[in-house]
Structure formats: structure tokens, C-alpha cells
Design a protein around this ligand. Structure first.
Ligand code: AP5
Length: 226
């Protein structure tokens, strides 16, 4: 049975970290709209050129563009056996469009990763990523980024353009306004669960796997929103 999973959660909740780990374990693609947009910016496509300024301000790229990108991506063969969406949907309009795309597929499993805002700000202000492959670098202080290389590809480490303090606050504001309403949109579904993302990564991964199994079996499981 295909696993069609959505990772919900604010910026810095650990969606990308957990999605990458889980996708590798299950052999299904991680579809990160943020990564796809950053790749488009890097290669200078038309979408990338238009998205760059929006992303740098911490705002959202238009629903039409994002829905088009995701529709095309989940139609590819490698997503037939399932996928993990990281960063999509981000608005109720995107969620409704996704429901339309899912009509002939297995129901969505929706996991909301919950983390207090002070911890999100701490994580994003100190995040360091590879300029080449985009992976997060662990335990590298921003002042040390010139001294260390990416452990996956040897690329140069940088801070993401949207991880500076004022843009982080704007992203959190946009999240509260446009994305948090998705919790209400999904929470009455039998396949919705929330997970405490403030724990160490391996514990989040453990709870996430249990929540996904519980959601797929339609049982009451760990961290169901009451
Ligand atoms: P996107 O790239 O999706 O950014 P985001 O949602 O702000 O999410 P992040 O990547 O910042 O955080 P994350 O939850 O993945 O956390 P991570 O695992 O990296 O989007 C960027 C921009 O693109 C948007 O602002 C928008 O402009 C545009 N965009 C993208 N999708 C769009 C859409 N659908 N519609 C419209 N516009 C869209 O972890 C963060 C840090 O915390 C890392 O350093 C990590 O190592 C660390 N960490 C992770 N887990 C833990 C843990 N348990 N304990 C301690 N540290 C941890």
C-alpha cells in the first residue's frame, strides 16, 4: 500500500531532517518544495528568478506555481509507490488542490511536527547548510563555517539566505497566518497525528514512525491532537 505522507510544521520544526531519514528508510521520494525552489534559483530558471526575492523576504510563492510544481512531481513514476511532501501544502488552497490530486490514490497521512517558537528561532539562527547539496550540517557554529566542509559532498558551508533574524520572524508570522490553519483543515481526519518535535532527533524519528503506523491503521496512537 503506497504511503503518501505530508510533513506539516513551522520553519525549523525538523520536517526536512525527518523526511530525509524516513524517505531513505522506506525507499520513497522526499519532495521538498523549498529544495525544489532553491534548485530553481541556483539554475536560474524562470520560476527560480521569480521565487528568489519572495523567498528572501520569507513570504510564500504563489499557490498556482506551487500546485503546478507538485502536480508534475507526484505524477512521476517514482512517486507511484508513495512520497513524502516536505513544505507542501502551506495554504488551504494548496491543501484543497492536493486533495483533488489524491482522488485516485491512497489517502494522505498527515503528521504535524510541534516545536515551541523559541526553539525554532534558536535552530534557524544557528543552521548551517551545504551550498552544493543543501544538506544540513550538524554541530557547526556559524562562525566556524569557513573551517568545515559538507560531510556528504565536500561542498562549502553557508547560512541559508532566509535564516537571518528578521526573515525568520517573518517566516514564523507567515506560518501562523497561512499554514497553521492547515492543522484545523486536517485534524478531523483519521490519518492525522501530531508529534513532539522538540525532542532529540532519534526520539522524534521513533515517534514519527509510530504515529505513521497508527495513522495508517486508523488507530488512536501517539500524539493524536485532542
Ligand atoms: P522551506 O525550505 O520549506 O523552509 P521552511 O518551511 O521554513 O522549513 P525549514 O527548511 O526552514 O525547516 P524544517 O522544518 O525543514 O527543519 P530542518 O529539518 O531543516 O521553504 C523555504 C521558502 O520556500 C519558504 O519561505 C517559501 O518562500 C518557499 N516555499 C516553499 N514551499 C512553498 C509552498 N508550498 N508554498 C509557497 N512557498 C513555498 O531543521 C532545522 C534545523 O534544526 C537544522 O539545523 C536541523 O539540523 C535542526 N534540527 C532538526 N531536528 C532537530 C531536533 N529534533 N533537535 C534539534 N535540532 C534539530
Amino acid at each position: 500500500m503506497a504511503l503518501n505522507l505530508i510533513m506539516l510544521g513551522p520553519p525549523g520544526a525538523g520536517k526536512g531532517t525527518q523526511a530525509a531519514r524516513f524517505a531513505k528508510e522506506r525507499g520513497i521520494p522526499k519532495i521538498s518544495t523549498g529544495d525544489m525552489l532553491r534548485e530553481a534559483v541556483k539554475t536560474g530558471t524562470e520560476v527560480g528568478l521569480r521565487a528568489k526575492a519572495i523567498m528572501d523576504r520569507g513570504e510564500l510563492v504563489s499557490d498556482d506555481v506551487m500546485i503546478g510544481i507538485v502536480r508534475e512531481r507526484i505524477d512521476r513514476d517514482d512517486a507511484r509507490a508513495g512520497f513524502i511532501l516536505d513544505g507542501f501544502p502551506r495554504t488551504v488552497a494548496q491543501a484543497k488542490a492536493l486533495d483533488g490530486l489524491m482522488e485516485t490514490r491512497e489517502p494522505l497521512v498527515v503528521i504535524d511536527i510541534v516545536v515551541p517558537e523559541s526553539e525554532l528561532v534558536r535552530r534557524l539562527n544557528s543552521r548551517v547548510v551545504c551550498s552544493n547539496c543543501g544538506m544540513n550540517a550538524e554541530s557547526v557554529a556559524p562562525q566556524d563555517i569557513e573551517l568545515v566542509r559538507c560531510r556528504y559532498c565536500g561542498g562549502r558551508l553557508v547560512q541559508r539566505a532566509d535564516d537571518n533574524e528578521s526573515v525568520v520572524l517573518e517566516r514564523l508570522k507567515v506560518y501562523r497566518r497561512d499554514t497553521q490553519p492547515l492543522v484545523d483543515y486536517y485534524c478531523s481526519r483519521a490519518t492525522f497525528r501530531s508529534v513532539d518535535g522538540s525532542q532529540p532527533q532519534h526520539r522524534v524519528a521513533r515517534d514519527l514512525a509510530a504515529a505513521i503506523e497508527a495513522a495508517r491503521n486508523g488507530r488512536v496512537g501517539l500524539g493524536v491532537k485532542s
